[in-house]
Design a protein around this ligand. Sequence first.
Ligand code: C2E
Ligand code: MG
Ligand code: MG
Length: 397
Amino acid sequence: PCAIMFLDLDGFKPVNDTFGHPKGDAVLKGVAQRLVKEVGDTGYVGRMGGDEFAIVIKDAHDRKVIENLADRLIQSVAQPYRIDKVEIRIGVSIGCAFGPIDGQSVDDLIQKADIALYQAKNQGRGTCCYFNAEMQSVAEHKLKIEQDLAHAIGAGQLRLLYQPLISAADQSLLGFEALVRWHHPTRGVVPPTEFIPIAEETGLIMNLGDWVIEEACRAASTWPEHISIAVNLSARQLGLPALPATVNAALSRYRIQANRLELEVTESVFLEDTAGSLDVLKRLRALGVGIALDDFGTGYSSLGYLNKAVFHKLKIDGSFVREASDNKETVAIIQSIVQLAKSFRMTVTAEGVETADDFTRMRDLGCHQIQGYLFGRPMDFDRATELVHGTQKKLTA
Ligand code: C2E
Ligand code: MG
Ligand code: MG
């Protein structure tokens, strides 16, 4: 019985970007030394490339011993590295498979360890995951979705739904948020929470995102000028320096005033490559489009970036809105979010408003705009158009 471990460093790219490649190389050497020291003569350590390492343990009779080793590896790698007087910290995620139980051949075992590593990365890093059959079927499902998604755009399987945005003051219709759906030929309607993360991982989000911008602008061009349209952007799309040009092209193709378009991003934008993303956001803002901070309060809540003057709107996550009905602390959080937004002259939207009580509470707490099932679920283009033309009267709380 043997074990194979796949290791991938957490947060190595920022080290290279911040401290430069020579220091990045020094960190890799430091990691290698620590791995070799922990493994000793119980196995072999190799570098697969980049920030990936692999370890083969010759005798894995005792699972406990392997698990202890994995814990020690994680702790050891996480100790700070001192390189030319700077202190650098990184972490490591590990995927582990056991032979011959998990796989008979070397290739098979490597693949299983890789699947387990993927799981470890998703579990929030700094952990070790051990391969099991369930992971295998999750990985196969993902691969299938990935392959199907690549064809979805060309095959016309994507549609946008539109959810109304309402003025808290007089309950009039202000605009819509475009929400994508995938009409899969055999799986039926797949929600974005299932396929957007896969699209992000594979890079398909670039094409998908362009399609959403195009389609949302086309819809908005058929509506009166006071109706705005909001589009969700993934963090990865902001890595594209060409994004402002794409947005601008769609605006002029459909003759839409820039201030009718609003782009929604989440706090995750600031987790990676902050400088580049911020630059793209600023260039988008310079076009005159609005930038909203979506799902506010659920992310990493480093408030420093509110200062960067790119956001015109803050959307309070629906989980807070619903919790506020029976939780005083949540009300206090919402109060301070509204305060904060006002001092930055940002509009505040309450998402996920489901009941008349939610509505009055959010309005009285100072939210300017309301979105949620109470005023309308995401609806198709025709129903949205009906709502725009004259059925506003039916919108009552
Ligand atoms: P989001 O941008 O925060 O969108 C709001 C989500 O809350 C939508 O889910 C909407 O249907 C749901 N919602 C609205 N009102 C209520 C309510 O009263 N109660 C409850 N329980 N839920 C409500 P949906 O459409 O499944 O979208 C989920 C997420 O997927 C979105 O969250 C957004 O982050 C992402 N997404 C959707 N479309 C796109 C897209 O075109 N591009 C990208 N990058 N992400 C998208
Ligand atoms: Mg949104
Ligand atoms: Mg949201």
